[in-house]
Design a protein around this ligand. Structure first.
Ligand SMILES: CC(C)(COP(=O)(O)OP(=O)(O)OC[C@H]1O[C@@H](n2cnc3c(N)ncnc32)[C@H](O)[C@@H]1OP(=O)(O)O)[C@@H](O)C(=O)NCCC(=O)NCCS
Length: 201
């Protein structure tokens, strides 16, 4: 056990990108939780397999490993499940560190809460904020002073322009844009490729 050991919760397609980001960022995946065995994880050192969260929580003492949520989410219910999982592990005493792919560009002045995931090629600009469990997918951009609320998902190639806001458990679809200072309400799906104008601040 080292302080870089981590448990991957969910081992579907999205988890592959999360696992790669975590590994490249220096984490070691020691276990994963999924109903199904994930052979693809064997190349990352054959982590231990647990079928349920309860089994993983029982097997690991909190503090022996961190937790990263590998479950994806493309609608408010799916995104709420991600934050519920985070809360479950955190209340069991597990740390849920932010995972930042080394090929993401993250400003020193950005605020990144626990449980956030920032994937390859994403850009997080100065004074932006990612609340707990925010998911910033491949090549997404969070411009200066923008805010992604808890459990919000910025899909691949999507952009929050300056001071824009994505609400809790909202999805900004692939390549969609939120105009400057516009606010997407909680539990909203912004269609892929669209421009969200909203009310301006
Ligand atoms: C908006 C979205 C949720 C609609 O999905 P849906 O409920 O299955 O909708 P349907 O495919 O039945 O289409 C419903 C209508 O919306 C339109 N529509 C669907 N997606 C659209 C999009 N991205 N932009 C504009 N219009 C869209 C359809 O043309 C259809 O119009 P019609 O009623 O005139 O025929 C979905 O298309 C989308 O954009 N999801 C986000 C995908 C994404 O970015 N995932 C991230 C993965 S990491």
């Amino acid at each position: 056990m080292t302080d870089r050991d981590i448990i991957l919760v969910g081992a579907g397609g999205h988890a592959a990108g999360v696992a790669e980001a975590a590994t490249l960022a220096g984490w070691r995946i020691v276990a994963y939780v999924d109903q199904h065995r994930a052979d693809w994880l064997d190349r990352l050192g054959s982590p231990q397999w647990f079928k349920t969260d309860a089994d993983a929580i029982a097997a690991f003492k909190a503090g022996n490993a961190g937790v990263v949520i590998g479950v994806g989410g493309i609608d408010p219910a799916g995104l709420a499940l991600r934050t519920d999982l985070l809360e479950r592990y955190r209340s069991a005493g597990f740390a849920c560190p932010a995972i930042l792919h080394p090929a993401a560009v993250v400003s020193d002045t950005a605020s990144i809460a626990p449980g956030c995931i920032v994937l390859a090629g994403a850009i997080i600009q100065p004074f932006s904020q990612l609340a707990e469990g925010a998911l910033i997918n491949t090549r997404a951009v969070v411009e200066h002073h923008a805010l992604v609320e808890a459990g919000g998902h910025v899909a691949p190639g999507a952009t929050l322009l300056g001071a824009a806001r994505l609400g809790r458990h909202a999805l900004l679809g692939a390549h969609a844009v939120i105009l400057p200072s516009a606010e997407v309400p909680a539990d909203t799906v912004v269609p892929a490729g669209s421009v969200f104008k909203g009310a301006r601040g």
